[in-house]
Design a protein around this ligand. Structure first.
Ligand code: TRP
Length: 327
């Protein structure tokens, strides 16, 4: 069975936009691969080192979201990055052999620095420059062959392969070169039609109850040109239609026809979408309700995961040190 590694930065409770295209993809992958999934709290420090007070809570929220989505903690190794110190150790060794120029030319690096600078946040740090080195350590510590990530991470994966190759050439062929398993994240709009984001307040929280879902769907912006029910609609500019599409409604063509020919009003169209989403998401809601009060259980899951991860990580570090003639 091929091995997968992937990670996510703990950044607070998920919304449906975070779930679709990322977590829902992992849920499918867990059937066919041996998976290591890590909550990467060390990576979170690159942008939150000044205020670390929320990280722990965000880690717990993320673990709850993962389990609620249906990630199986027995089948997969689910753990927190900082619980496995070998990530930091391998990161340090890799940092010795990674040319500075490779890091400086990562296209996302300068963009992100500038973007955060404009928001008044300075992260011109050593650690932030080394973000992809830490990612490389994450992946190769478990000798993962495949790394499911969004397209935005493709440059990081390229660099990870280069660093891996350099290690293998310099010392000994210890690591496979991991391949990205790119998923096209569907762009899920928020209920107001802009990108779904907590900062816009237009998000649908992951694990919402059926009534919360219905209320959010009722607030969705529809085709602004459709004023009366008898006006023909334009599904391609309608938030509701986009959700039909992303949530794989079995018959989106009918929805389109009905809208374009004014056979259904927006109110009824929203009701039908809401019930579809309630169906698709009701299990995640129930699981979330179950896990939210089981902090001790969640902690156990993460401890158990870290133990299992460490067995593999320590074995790899032995091989690394042997290859580098460090003992
Ligand atoms: N940088 C990734 C992101 O922001 C998270 C991440 C950290 C990761 N380490 C990883 C993803 C290793 C894949 C493999 O999405």
């Amino acid at each position: 069975m091929q091995r997968i590694f992937s990670g996510m930065q703990p950044s607070g409770r998920f919304h449906l936009g975070n779930y679709m295209g990322a977590l829902d993809n992992w849920i499918k992958l867990q059937k066919d691969y041996e998976c290591f999934f890590s909550i990467v709290d060390l990576h979170a420090l690159t942008s939150s080192f000044e205020d670390t007070s929320k990280i722990q809570n965000n880690v717990m929220e993320m673990a709850i979201d993962w389990l609620s989505a249906g990630l199986d903690p027995e089948k997969n190794v689910i753990f927190v990055q900082s619980h496995v110190p070998e990530h930091a150790e391998l990161h340090l060794l890799l940092s010795m052999m990674t040319p500075l120029s490779w890091l400086e030319r990562v296209p996302t690096y300068k963009d992100k620095l500038q973007q955060l600078g404009e928001m008044g946040k300075e992260i011109n740090t050593y650690g932030f420059l080394g973000y992809p080195v830490l990612m490389t350590a994450d992946i190769i510590l478990y000798k993962a062959q495949l790394v499911p990530v969004g397209e935005d991470q493709a440059p990081h994966l390229e660099l990870a392969r280069e660093i891996t190759r350099r290690f293998n050439n310099l010392y000994a062929p210890v690591f496979p070169e991991a391949k990205a398993l790119l998923s096209k994240a569907p762009v899920l709009p928020g209920i107001d039609g802009r990108k779904m984001s907590k900062s816009y307040g237009n998000e649908i929280p992951f694990g919402s109850s059926p009534d919360e879902l219905r209320a959010k769907v009722r607030q969705m912006i529809t085709d602004p040109a459709r004023i009366k029910k008898t006006d023909c609609g334009h599904p391609d500019v309608c938030v509701v239609y986009k959700f039909y599409d992303v949530f794989s409604y079995p018959d989106t063509q009918t929805v389109r026809n009905e809208c374009e020919n004014a056979c259904i009003g927006c109110v009824d169209c929203k009701k039908r979408l809401a019930e579809h989403m309630v169906n698709v998401l009701s299990e995640t809601h129930h699981r979330r309700m179950h896990f939210i009060n089981k902090q001790d259980y969640i902690k156990e899951v993460l401890e158990h995961g870290a133990k299992r991860a460490r067995v593999v990580a320590q074995q790899t570090m032995q091989e690394v040190k042997q290859a580098m003639k460090m003992w």
